[in-house]
Design a protein around this ligand. Structure first.
Ligand SMILES: Cc1ncc(COP(=O)(O)O)c(C=O)c1O
Length: 407
């Protein structure tokens, strides 16, 4: 009987699994591991949103199948948010689809629009669903640099000139997971002009739209005039309102793509549970002080991490947005590579981070540090890493000896 399934064979072993297994083992042995590995927001959902969920859940009518495109009240609340935040007008019926988290939307859109061998362009390193949504759908992925600037534009131009068939879609994700890079409107303008000219769809993932620091809200690609001709943008309730487990996100923009997503979803699901959608509408329509508080918390954590690590001799660029720091491996450890360095931090400092290679080959040389423990725990992590750096000679010698013996 077949056990090597075609799509499963296209999925490489999960790089994070090795660190996760070590983390679980250390915890089982009673170690206190500070987990800055997974990007799982730790803050509670604001109370007024939870209250709305409970209230609507009391209504038996809300227990039925919901609408796969999303309930109208939520689509309207989302349209008002885009108008308020980006000055972008959207038609709630033709240009918006509620998703069961933005990850679901990305994956289902990929399977709706991709034919075997279609070429998709995505920055590397990237959030894994960006390439793998398309790989699962039998597409072919070509990588671009991740810094939103001239090298990106040059690589995009090369990709279009050298790919047969011509690429059909480009993924953008700024603020980026894992690199925390942000894009300017000027950059979006250049990419939209280029892709409109070449007939390439743009799929923008704006999951970190509201997690920004230093007073610079990230723009939406849909702000570019004419963007709706080719762009769809995904946003999420998971980070903005600390609702990762609720599974609500949105797709908005180009009508053809929204129609494709809505149609495939109508075959696959009945939408998120109605009380979840009603509570999401309350979140978007209600007071936004909770979002400002969330931003402040991540900013404080960021500052504790970046300043503390700098004192320990680890210079980490301060992320302008997202809930991640993209940290170059310090010089004495560089030759270990990101997976071995992550394992060493875990065993020697009891701190879990994500190896950069888990996000693609160009993530080598970096680790991703998620700001998902409170600032006291982050301070504890900094102290522990500083102590480890101070005594790293032995650990490094051990590692080098083991590697020499193995080769
Ligand atoms: C860039 C990016 N996009 C999408 C998601 C998934 O968000 P959701 O919870 O809406 O599926 C994440 C989650 O970590 C993310 O980092």
């Amino acid at each position: 009987m077949e056990s090597e399934f075609h799509r499963i064979k296209r999925l490489p072993p999960y790089v994070f699994a090795e660190v996760n297994a070590m983390k679980a083992k250390a915890r089982a042995a009673g170690e206190d591991i500070i987990d800055l590995g997974m990007g799982n927001p730790d803050l509670p959902t604001p109370q007024h949103i939870v209250d709305k969920l409970c209230e609507v859940a009391q209504d038996p009518k809300a227990h039925r199948y919901s609408a796969s495109q999303g309930i109208k009240g939520l689509r309207k609340a989302f349209v008002n948010y885009y108008q308020r935040r980006f000055h972008v007008s959207l038609d709630p019926d033709k240009e918006v689809c509620v998703t069961i988290g933005s990850k679901e939307g990305l994956a289902n859109l990929a399977s709706a629009i991709t034919g075997p061998g279609d070429i998709i362009l995505t920055p590397n390193p990237s959030y894994p669903i960006h390439p793998f949504g398309f790989i699962i759908a039998d597409g072919t992925v070509r990588f671009l640099p991740y810094v939103p600037g001239p090298d990106f534009m040059a690589a995009l131009d090369r990709a279009v000139r050298n790919s047969v068939p011509k690429p059909m879609a480009l993924i953008l994700n700024y603020p980026s997971n894992p690199t925390a890079m942000v894009a300017s409107l000027d950059f979006y303008g250049q990419v939209v002009d280029f892709c409109r000219h070449h007939g390439i769809y743009i799929l923008s993932d704006l999951a970190y739209a509201e997690i920004y620091f230093d007073g610079n809200p990230p723009p939406s690609v849909l702000q570019i005039p004419g963007a709706k001709d080719i762009c769809i943008e995904f946003t999420s309730m998971s980070k903005t309102y600390s609702m990762p487990g609720w599974r609500v996100g949105f797709a908005a923009g180009n009508r053809t793509l929204i129609n494709a997503l809505t149609r495939i979803k109508s075959y696959l699901d009945y939408g998120a549970f109605t009380p979840v959608q009603a509570a999401a509408a309350t979140a978007l329509n209600g007071p936004q002080t909770c979002v400002e508080e969330t931003r402040q918390i991540y900013k404080e954590r960021r500052d504790v991490l970046v300043e503390g690590m700098a004192q320990a001799g680890w210079i980490i660029p301060s992320p302008p947005a997202s809930m991640f720091a993209w940290a170059p491996i310090p010089e004495p450890f560089k030759h270990l590579g990101s997976l071995e360095f992550s394992k060493l931090l875990l065993t020697e400092a009891n701190v879990a981070v994500s190896p950069g290679t888990g996000f693609g080959e160009n993530g080598e040389g970096f680790v991703r540090i998620a700001l998902v423990e409170n600032k006291h725990r982050i301070r504890q992590a900094v102290r522990s890493i500083r102590t480890f750096f101070g005594n790293a000679g032995g650990a490094l010698k051990n590692f080098d000896a083991k590697r020499a013996a193995a080769s």
